[in-house]
Design a protein around this ligand. Structure first.
Ligand SMILES: *[C@@H]1O[C@H](CO)[C@@H](O)[C@H](O)[C@H]1NC(C)=O
Length: 358
């Protein structure tokens, strides 16, 4: 799976590079090669085809972050203990929340999606024989943390096998529904986790419908979404997802938002905020400490990557909708071109999953 995915990305990336060269400018920003050279720090001649893995931070965002490091070092106590970085976070948080169509009081910052998945998974009051449901498309953090929970608490892991290319949402929903029907009643399913956009292969999952079928079967089950690849790539509508039954959502900042490494966000429903602990319980985190305060201070460390998420939002605004639209059209074109190269399964995966999202 992994190598198939990478091959597809490499071929597509090469095609994108040649297509972009012929793309007209839009809104004064020269897309394609000039954008890459002007706004990114890649080594000359290097074409980055694996954006999904680690992202790439634009120069402007790195400069903003470096300005925050300067502030931190100019007055460390003011930065950490007198509301320095917290003030900047209070400006970034509503913008981030708006992008997720969420109330900013329900959003906290993370180092990455992995730390958010760990925070949720390891905060739940697991009992022996409790069940955690995931799909075969889940990112490795989930089965790995699940196995740790299994060893520690004696939980059971149920994996619904989903197959790609998925020709319709039903192809994803049906195996999950079958797995749910097999669970004994009364329901011991404590948690169901789904990727919003899977990593290998990349596909958009019908997450609102998945949340609904879980809640219809087991009303008390919590639904967690792994949106590591979503922020900046597909719309995130927390109001709609919460209505469908989603209880928690984690996402990365360093991938498609192009924020620095070490940035991400967690949205949690009010009903579970009190039980969630960050991966690190800090010196400022007592049992009465509020949800956002618990997550906002996790020790003396570099918070500038969270602060610079605002600059990443500025960068997106600067490129405008035309930037995203151009990328989307190019990817579709490239996907269809790949099919003409007859790279069999690789291309079919790619195009059918894209077609699903149009
Ligand atoms: C967000 O939540 C706060 C705290 O509960 C509430 O006072 C506020 O009205 C909410 N804002 C919106 C736009 O719903």
């Amino acid at each position: 799976m992994v190598s198939v995915h990478h091959n597809a990305m490499i071929v597509t990336g090469l095609l994108l590079a040649s297509l972009a060269a012929s793309e007209p400018q839009s809104e004064g920003i020269p897309f394609g090669k000039p954008t890459r050279e002007r706004y990114f720090q890649f080594q000359p001649g290097f074409l980055n085809f694996n954006h999904g893995g680690f992202g790439a931070t634009p120069r402007l965002v790195r400069q903003a972050q470096s300005g925050f490091v300067d502030q931190q070092e100019a007055q460390p106590t003011a930065w950490f203990a007198s509301g320095g970085y917290q003030k900047i976070l209070s400006e970034v948080r509503p913008r981030l929340a708006e992008m997720m169509n969420a109330n900013s009081s329900d959003v906290v910052f993370l180092d990455d999606a992995s730390s958010g998945l760990n925070a949720v998974l390891r905060s739940l009051p697991w009992q022996p024989q409790d069940v955690m449901l995931l799909t075969s498309a889940a990112y490795a953090v989930l089965p790995n943390t699940g196995k740790w929970l299994q060893k520690r608490y004696g939980i059971q892991i149920v994996q619904a096998e989903v197959h790609f290319p998925a020709k319709s949402a039903e192809a994803i929903l049906e195996p999950v529904e079958r797995a749910l029907l097999k669970l004994p009643q009364p329901c011991k399913l404590r948690l169901a986790v789904f990727d919003h956009v899977s990593s290998y292969p990349p596909a958009i999952l019908p997450v609102a419908r998945l949340a609904r079928i879980v809640k219809a079967r087991c009303a008390e089950t919590l639904v967690l979404l792994d949106g590591a690849h979503a922020l900046g790539q597909v719309p995130i509508d927390m109001k709609q997802l919460a209505e469908a039954g989603v209880d928690a959502y984690v996402t990365d900042g360093h991938k498609w938002l192009m924020a620095p490494k070490g940035s991400g966000a967690l949205w949690a429903s009010r009903s579970i905020q009190d039980i969630l602990e960050p991966a690190i319980i800090s010196s400022d985190n007592a049992p009465t400490t509020k949800f956002q305060d618990r997550f906002d201070y996790i020790g003396t460390r570099d918070y500038t990557s969270w602060c610079a998420m605002g600059a990443a939002l500025d960068f997106r605004e600067m490129l405008g909708a035309a930037g995203g639209n151009m990328c989307f059209k190019q990817v579709l074109k490239a996907g269809h071109l790949v099919t003409t190269l007859n790279l069999v399964g690789v291309a079919n995966h790619f195009v059918s999953n894209l077609a699903e999202s149009t």
